[in-house]
Ligand binder design. Structure first.
Ligand SMILES: *Cc1c(COP(=O)(O)O)cnc(C)c1O
Length: 468
């Protein structure tokens, strides 16, 4: 053991042994990098590396050998010129994983983006008339056909759609909403906050578990503008519960000349019960129930790009289109290209075959098992303790709470599941799996076919690193 004085002396020696920023910049390798990526990037990496090294020395480590310091700096330079947003392989079994970008797009949607983005397009040009056209038509007609709505409008996301409607129809006025629907969707979307930010005044009625039509009726006064229903998409209330049906709410709203709005969240265009799931509300149903405006996401169960879709009565949609916020919330051409391609899958009745989210939901258990078997055999050959197990996938993304789909996953028995998961995340591309019963689970349902070989390699490479 060194005494404190000796330790301080050793530490000071280590600090003195560190080269300066200027000295490091003269290094041959780093000068090469400077020519390639510019001085600013190299200087940043040198400073960051020296800061980290000093922290290490303070923690009791010796100064690194010069060659190691250069290695650390070059690794930092390499990393800093890589994009931070990258592809990730989702083996977690959560289909609409909000942190992983929700819905992967179909091949047609990708081609549409590529096609539209690499050239000019008729985004706002009417090719028949030879004059200025509207960007809205590209998705609107399709949405109208698919939902039966009189009119439609697409904005940046569903949160924007809800905020926009509240602002356009209820600024400085009152909006009545059931206490059972004052939900937080996640990612900062809380119904009370959205209402406040829109400039509307929230009037809560009913209780957490039970709200009746009479609660709404008693809440209506001369200042009321809108009745709002929010689909509590990410949780379920069970037991002694009651909510007002959309039919009742619409009838009540129309009797009092109020706008009735239904925020569906996910809003499925296909019937989810076909796939053994609970029923997820569909925009068609809300229209039939009499809602004036209905909103849903483009990248949840629709399986398309991030967007907020508004459907409903023409007079209300027209008012939105004429509102100054419409310009601020408008979607770009890449979104429209992907959305149109996604909607066309529904029109052609090929959504379940062509849209990844629906392919995953509709994947057959025997197919999942086959894939799991192939992975399992390969990892066993590699020397890993792998087995195929029964597991459950979930839809996620704030839809179908508590609903699961039976799957067959590969379970890896490793000494430290958390350390293994960390190594998986450090792979290129990174892998996200999940831990269950102290084993690392890989669910084939959410692994896209074109990611499969990368996944197989990455797992082996992660276990190789841990073995050393
Ligand atoms: C997900 C969700 C939103 C937010 O939609 P984004 O497209 O993520 O903006 C709003 N309301 C409900 C009920 C939701 O489920």
């Amino acid at each position: 053991m060194m005494d404190p004085l000796q330790m301080e002396w050793a530490m000071n020696e280590s600090f003195r042994a560190l080269p300066s920023v200027e000295e490091l910049l003269q290094n041959h390798t780093l000068r090469g990098y400077e020519r390639k990526v510019g001085r600013a990037v190299v200087v940043d990496a040198v400073r960051a590396s020296l800061d980290a090294t000093r922290a290490n020395i303070r923690a009791g480590h010796a100064a690194p050998m010069p060659a190691l310091l250069i290695d650390d700096i070059t690794a930092r330079i390499e990393k800093s010129v890589q994009p931070t947003l990258t592809r990730v392989i989702n083996a977690s079994g959560v289909i609409l994983h909000t942190n992983l970008g929700r819905a992967p797009l179909s091949q047609d949607a990708l081609h549409a983006i590529q096609d539209t983005a690499a050239s000019y397009s008729n985004l706002e040009y009417d090719l028949d008339a030879g004059e200025r056209g509207s960007r809205y038509i590209h998705a609107e007609e399709l949405i109208k056909k698919l939902t039966g709505a009189e009119a439609a409008l697409v904005v940046n996301n569903n949160a924007a759609a809800v905020m926009f409607i509240l602002r356009a129809f209820a600024e400085h006025k009152q909006v009545i909403v059931s206490r059972g629907q004052l939900v937080e969707i996640g990612g900062g979307f809380r119904v009370p906050d959205v209402l406040r930010e829109s400039g509307a005044q929230m009037v809560e009625v009913g209780t957490t578990n039970r709200t009746r039509a009479s609660d709404f009726e008693n809440g209506i006064n001369a200042n009321t503008a809108l009745l709002l229903r929010v689909h509590p998409s990410n949780f379920r209330v069970i037991g002694f519960t009651a909510e007002v049906s959309l039919e009742e709410l619409s009838a009540l709203g129309h009797k009092h000349k109020l706008v009735v709005v239904d925020d569906l969240g996910s809003g499925a265009l296909l019937e989810t019960t076909t796939y053994g799931l609970a029923h997820e509300p569909m925009p068609q149903e809300s229209l039939r129930a009499g809602a004036d405006l209905i909103t849903f996401s483009g990248d949840k169960l629709l399986g398309g790009p991030q967007a907020g879709i508004i459907v409903g009565k023409k007079e209300f949609v027209e008012k939105l289109k004429a509102h100054p916020l419409a310009r601020a919330l408008r979607v770009d051409k890449l979104t429209l290209a992907a959305l149109q391609a996604t909607l066309l899958h529904y029109l052609k009745s090929e959504a379940a075959q062509k849209i990844p989210v629906w392919q995953m939901i509709s994947a057959q258990l025997d197919v999942l098992e086959q894939r799991a078997n192939v992975w399992c055999e390969r990892w066993k050959k590699f020397g890993l303790d792998a087995s195929v197990v029964d597991a459950l996938s979930t839809v996620g993304g704030g839809s179908l709470p508590g609903e699961t789909l039976p799957t067959r996953a590969v379970a890896l028995q490793v000494s430290s599941p958390h350390a293994f998961m960390e190594k998986l995340r450090a792979q290129q591309p990174p892998i996200l799996a999940r831990i269950e019963n102290n084993r690392v689970l890989f669910d084939p349902r959410t692994v896209l076919p074109h990611d499969e070989s990368a996944l197989l390699d990455a797992v082996e490479s992660a276990s190789r690193i841990l073995a050393h």
